[in-house]
Design a protein around this ligand. Structure first.
Ligand SMILES: C[S@@+](CC[C@H](N)C(=O)[O-])C[C@H]1O[C@@H](n2cnc3c(N)ncnc32)[C@H](O)[C@@H]1O
Length: 275
């Protein structure tokens, strides 16, 4: 990767926050994800990252979130070394470099044009790898993808930005196009969606959140080929929680109340489906 600075045309894009969280983690004494590619990319982006409200807990949760999807990706590719990976809403995430799949894997990083334009300036090409600039909701992009192999869909931090109709149409199309595979994504519960939507409106970001998910089984009703394999309660991940508790009072509230509260356990979940 060459060292020339890359200009960002618009500020406050969600993918800048997520890559910055991973870069901060890479600089930590004991990194969680250790994404040195993210750190290198951030050093090349001409942007004042201090302006983003990322740091502290976000520098813990973002790498944990990415790590969970990396683990699922590695598991799938170990079982299917000739798979197709659709990494949807990839932003600037460097998963393809972290995982470093064999050239037998076809890997597509898909995002809106501005994110893909930045990626092209930041990251090198590699065998079996392609970037696609499109809305994932415009299903025409799938016409060009061969549907002959098992597919892994990784949609980290994306699904909450899709309307329920677009999300379901996308999943339906994927389950019709490929013989088998897995679809993985994270989603918010109802209260989290409401609170974050309000915050986004106050901040005048123009972003909207859709489709809160309760237990994950509702997706099976909308997309009949999908079977829910895991629903992981993200905010109660045993290896992450101790790092997020900074005082005795916080620890007490967590153990006595939050941990047992269904609303809290479902406020952010990671879902894994197979078909
Ligand atoms: C929160 S960021 C997550 C980026 C990356 N997955 C990560 O975790 O670092 C959300 C990403 O979804 C992308 N996105 C939102 N709506 C999209 C759509 N309809 N089609 C494709 N990408 C979309 C945004 O451009 C952004 O890159």
């Amino acid at each position: 990767m060459d060292a020339e600075k890359v200009h960002v045309p618009e500020e406050r894009k969600s993918y800048l926050s997520t890559i910055y969280g991973k870069a901060l983690d890479a600089r930590a004494e004991h990194p969680i994800l250790g994404d040195t590619y993210a750190e290198e990319a951030v050093s090349r982006i001409d942007f004042d990252f201090d302006k983003l409200a990322v740091g502290g807990d976000a520098a813990i949760t973002l790498p944990f979130r990415a790590k969970l999807f990396d683990d699922w990706t590695r598991e799938f590719l170990d079982a299917h070394p000739d798979a197709t990976v659709l990494h949807l809403g990839c932003g600037l995430d460097t998963r393809v470099f972290r995982i470093d799949p064999p050239a037998t894997v076809r890997w597509y990083d898909v995002d809106l044009a501005d994110a893909i334009d930045l990626r092209r300036q930041l990251y090198p090409d590699r065998p079996g790898y392609e970037m696609i600039a499109t809305s994932v909701a415009d299903l025409k992009w799938l016409d060009a993808i061969p549907g002959d192999k098992p597919v892994l869909v990784v949609a980290e931090g994306l699904v909450q930005y899709l309307t329920v109709e677009d999300r379901d149409a996308l999943f339906m199309r994927i389950t019709e196009q490929f013989p088998s595979g897995e679809i993985t994504f994270d989603a918010y519960g109802r209260a989290t969606t409401a609170v974050l939507s309000f915050a986004l409106r106050l901040a005048r970001t123009g972003l909207r959140l859709y489709g809160p998910i309760k237990d994950g089984h509702e997706i099976e009703e909308h997309v009949p080929r999908l079977r829910l394999v895991s629903a992981v309660s993200f905010l109660t991940l045993p290896e992450m929680v101790p790092l997020l508790i900074h005082s005795k009072a916080q620890g007490w509230i967590y153990r006595r109340v939050l941990e047992h509260w269904e609303w809290y356990r479902r406020s952010m979940q990671h879902f894994r489906y197979e078909f």
